[in-house]
Design a protein around this ligand. Structure first.
Ligand code: SF4
Length: 177
């Protein structure tokens, strides 16, 4: 284990400002990829490969939990489709918390905290609950004021930027008007 913090990363563009600001605080971290909520597979692959490439550029050690999870995701969220985001946060953050606890990190966090489009309070509640369960700390920062600058930097770097949150339901919400 190289660092104290394990940072769950939902995608490269969202990671930029989170990592920059944590590094500015003197906090170094390892990244953790586990996003079986991203569909279809071509989209999953594009986001994953963008992050792998960006992590190399910024010298970030990245732990890949590489699971394309269309079927398990649908099984987990059915039948309460409207409450899917909490299930989705919990699934991803639990993998991060568990990995962090088992590999000697003292804290974990997530780049989901940068998005003004996510359910911020729900992410905090789930993150803290899992921290208690796995006996590690949940490092909370309100990264949302940094969202636009991070996205602008992603554009300048030419990184692939997704058009919807991740699951096929969010793709429908984005495009079915
Ligand atoms: S909208 Fe986003 S956070 Fe909610 S279930 Fe879909 S992928 Fe997960």
């Amino acid at each position: 284990m190289a660092n104290d913090l394990l940072l769950h990363i939902c995608c490269a563009p969202c990671s930029i400002a989170c990592i920059d600001s944590l590094r500015a605080e003197g906090i170094e971290m390892d990244g953790f990829w586990f996003n079986p909520n991203i569909h279809p597979y071509t989209e999953y692959k594009a986001r994953k490969e963008t992050l792998i490439s960006y992590a190399q550029q910024i010298n970030l050690n990245l732990v890949l939990n590489d699971e394309y999870g269309l079927r398990p995701f649908v099984r987990k969220i059915y039948p309460d489709l409207e409450n899917r985001c909490e299930v989705c946060y919990r699934w991803r953050l639990e993998q991060a918390a568990q990995y962090a606890a088992e590999h000697g990190y003292s804290s974990y966090s997530t780049t989901l905290l940068i998005s003004p489009y996510q359910k911020h309070d729900q992410i905090i509640a789930v993150g803290q609950e899992l921290a208690r369960q796995y006996h590690i700390a949940f490092l909370y920062r309100d990264f949302r004021p940094l969202f636009r600058s991070g996205q602008n930097k992603a554009r300048q770097l030419g990184l692939y930027r997704q058009k919807y949150c991740g699951c096929i339901f969010s793709e429908e919400e984005r495009y079915l008007s």
